[in-house]
Design a protein around this ligand. Structure first.
Ligand SMILES: [Zn+2]
Length: 184
């Protein structure tokens, strides 16, 4: 017995009329970076279907070195496998989506952060870096972080958005743009 049992029933229903999707470029030409919060599921609030967009989720939806590595690899893979199919010099857009009422917001409080560091053994700096107290501010910072990373292909554009947990609405904060460097 596992708590997965009722969900495995749902999976049976899912698989009963399932159509496999071949490996290819994401058909929405998007990659989503967002929070792991169970109230914040881009498949639901953006209506994503299979094959449309890869999604990277972590605490806060922050652009960490691990996220940058994943995006760099996915861009490399897309170019290697499907570069010839691409009519333009654009691979995909990364949409960074932060949200209101983020649980990482508690980490903006130094006392709470210190306690969390003591209890978990995680470095306080890492905890501070995952905090989303003001999603409009952090999403701007993370879009800049991605655009300024030398690991990100100039063919990848980046945009920023905020999801409001109270209304279910996503608001665009920063339009998509490419890294501003030679070769871009
Ligand atoms: Zn969150």
């Amino acid at each position: 017995m596992t708590r997965m049992t009722p969900l495995l029933k749902r999976n049976e229903r899912f698989a009963s009329d399932y159509t496999p999707v071949a490996l290819g470029l994401p058909t929405a030409q998007l990659l989503i970076v967002t929070c792991l919060d169970h109230r914040v599921d881009p498949a639901l609030f953006l209506g994503l279907r299979l094959g449309e967009a890869p999604v990277i989720r972590n605490a806060g939806g922050r652009v960490t070195p691990a996220v940058i590595d994943d995006i760099a690899y996915i861009a490399f893979l897309a170019e290697q496998l499907f570069g010839a199919e691409l009519a333009t010099d654009a691979l995909f857009e990364v949409a960074v989506v932060h949200h209101t009422q983020c649980g990482t917001g508690f980490l903006a409080d130094p006392g709470f952060r210190h306690q969390a560091a003591e209890a978990t053994g995680l470095p306080e700096a890492a905890l501070a870096a995952s905090a989303v107290a003001d999603p409009h501010a952090t999403v701007r910072a993370d879009v800049e972080r991605l655009l300024s990373s030398p690991l990100i292909s100039p063919k990848v554009s980046v945009s920023g958005h905020v999801y409001d947990v109270a209304t279910g609405r996503v608001a665009a904060v920063l339009d998509a743009r490419n890294p501003d460097r030679p070769g871009a």
